[in-house]
Design a protein around this ligand. Structure first.
Ligand SMILES: [Zn+2]
Length: 272
């Protein structure tokens, strides 16, 4: 496990030359009126990390921390959590999403976004334009869409615990070649991480935890089922974002890694 930082500086910070001299490559995004921001990722094991850490403090840089695991670490774990990391577009039509959410989900809570199950289908304005195996839509609370190649592999391997849902382009007359991964089996109450912040919904009473991004998800082994796909009993997210984490077996993780599919992040579960 390695801690990684996604760092952003604005033009005013004036750190470009310093970063150049350290040999750090960054992406510059130009904004209106000659303004720009630069972003880069750096691991804590990088020899430049301490210098960058000081620079962040000195120049008010933005720092988002996460963790990355090696393939070896993932393949050693009995179970991993998987999260789609690549988003393209919005649910169609964007302007009606607020009302349409309640049509897609059964017993949808308008306060916190928690629902009983998804009965409707997502729609997108255009077919996804990507080579990634996995993609999602903005605002969709990490709905996981898979390429035909991914679905074929999952089916051919007889993985248990998943079905698929069609995704429509615009008005239900055309289907996307991507399909939504639908996971219906729910784990027992199994999260062991302590002191995770949560929001309690005044309307439906659900506790929604802050997404754990800088640590393992620690879980009771006895809360898990012996299947390839399941989702956590616990809800995660803030505001209207609400999702249950998808947990996959080692067999699934192996197929994802072997195929080098992009748009997805795997993190081993720490079991007790
Ligand atoms: Zn609620």
């Amino acid at each position: 496990m390695e801690v990684i930082h996604r760092v952003t500086f604005n033009k005013v910070a004036g750190v470009d030359k310093q970063l150049d001299s350290l040999g750090i490559t960054y992406k510059r995004s130009d904004l209106p009126a000659g303004y720009y921001i630069i972003t880069f990722e750096i691991k804590e094991s990088d020899t430049n990390w301490l210098l960058v850490e000081n620079l962040i403090k000195e120049k008010n840089g933005a720092d988002f921390m996460g963790i990355v695991f090696t393939e070896e670490e993932i393949l050693k774990a009995d179970y991993s959590r998987m999260l789609v990391t690549y988003e393209q577009g919005y649910p169609y039509p964007e302007s009606e999403w607020q009302n349409n959410r309640q049509k897609i989900y059964e017993d949808y809570c308008v306060e916190c976004g928690v629902y009983k199950e998804q009965s409707g289908n997502f729609r997108t304005k255009n077919e996804f334009n990507t080579k990634n195996g996995f993609v999602s839509l903005m605002w969709s609370s990490a709905a996981t869409f898979c390429s035909p190649e991914v679905i074929n592999a999952f089916t051919e391997n007889n993985f248990s615990g998943f079905t698929t849902k069609d995704i429509y382009i615009k008005n239900y007359n055309e289907k996307s070649k991507y399909k939504q991964l639908s996971v219906n089996n729910v784990t027992g109450n199994g999260m062991l991480n302590e002191n995770i912040k949560f929001e309690n919904c005044k309307k439906c009473g659900t506790n929604k935890f802050e997404f754990i991004k800088d640590n393992y998800l620690m879980y009771k082994r006895s809360a898990l089922q012996d299947i390839d796909f399941q989702k956590t009993n616990e809800w995660f997210g803030t505001g209207w974002i609400a999702f249950q984490q998808i947990i996959i077996s080692r067999k699934v993780a192996k197929v994802i890694l072997e195929n080098k599919w992009k748009g997805i992040k795997l993190e081993p579960l720490l079991l007790e």
